[in-house]
Design a protein around this ligand. Structure first.
Ligand code: PMP
Length: 296
């Protein structure tokens, strides 16, 4: 996958520069110790023009992630969002995945960063897990413990675990991995939150145990709006196996249905599940098609 070419511009510390013209500080703590914070946003081409979905929430989470690891966050989020729109337009992108990354300068000590840099890149990217129903496995690799890791912050180093779990899943013929917490409850996928449907109700693990996905929050809002009962509750592996259907949520993957978990194949036709209704509603929401058909 090519993320940039000779003409691609990125935003770097207040300026737009050629992606090919930048250099990485090989003594950066981010490179050596995974000490960085990042975000993932999506811009959609809507009938109102290009619109970044929930940009404020994403940049607010970036600020929190930075503060959690001791980066001083000196940027103004409104300005950064404006710069994202300028970046899209500079690269002629109408819909894109947007990746802001805060990284440190050179420091080989294990002390908080004395300098923080920000870069924002954007590229065209289809749904992260594709458009078809996926197969997932329950990974042997656990989610990092809340006591030792900042599970609610989007910080670079902790994705090593996700990379290991995903690689392992793919090697075993699956598309994505589900990770359990230290107590054996299914917490989430490598980089998505999980929902299951059982007897016409939707269940998802409580916020305290998982990464606070913005799409997760959107799904909860959609359930409430559409009148589906949504229950936040810890889920066992057995709950996942005996569900009627299940799906994942994330900015990159959007809403994607699961057809199989380990050896268990869900019998329910996805198109008739609550998840499929949520998926349709989510698409309308990001494309700002709410009531659009009615208006035109
Ligand atoms: N879990 C993890 C670990 C993530 O990194 C992400 C975002 N990529 C998500 C869940 C989904 O979060 P969001 O809906 O805000 O994209």
């Amino acid at each position: 996958m090519q993320y940039y070419n000779q003409n691609t511009l990125i935003y770097l510390n207040g300026e737009f520069v050629k992606a090919t013209g930048t250099r990485v500080d090989l003594f950066s703590q981010s490179l050596h110790y995974g000490y960085g914070a990042f975000e993932g946003l999506r811009a959609y081409s809507t009938h109102n023009g290009t619109r970044i979905f929930k940009a404020e929430a994403h940049f607010e989470r970036l600020r929190k992630s930075c503060e959690a690891i001791g980066f001083s966050y000196t940027w103004n989020n409104r300005t950064l969002i404006e710069q994202c729109y300028a970046l899209l337009s500079a690269n002629n992108l109408r819909s894109a995945y947007i990746r802001p990354l805060v990284f440190s300068g050179s420091n080989m000590h294990l002390t908080s960063a004395t300098e923080a840099h920000i870069m924002i890149a954007a590229w065209e990217w289809g749904p992260y897990l594709g458009q078809h129903l996926i197969r997932v496995n329950i990974s042997d690799i656990e989610r990092p413990s809340k006591k030792s890791f900042l599970i609610d912050a989007k910080v670079s180093g902790q994705y090593i675990n996700a990379i290991r779990a995903t690689t392992d899943a793919i090697r075993n013929g699956f598309d994505e991995a589900l990770l359990v917490d230290q107590e054996g409850y299914v917490a989430q996928a490598s980089s998505e939150n999980i929902f299951i449907e059982k007897d016409f109700k939707i269940y998802t693990p409580p916020i305290a145990d998982v990464f606070p996905g913005i799409t997760r929050q959107t799904v909860i809002g959609i359930c409430k709006e559409l009148g589906f009962e949504i229950i936040e509750k810890r889920l066992t592996v057995q709950d996942i196996y005996t569900a009627d259907s299940a799906f994942l949520s994330g900015t990159a993957a959007e809403i994607i249905g699961i057809k199989q978990v380990d050896h268990v194949v869900y019998k329910e036709d996805w198109e008739h599940t609550i998840g499929a209704s949520i998926q349709r509603k989510y698409k309308n929401l990001v494309l700002e098609q709410e009531n659009y058909e009615v208006i035109i």
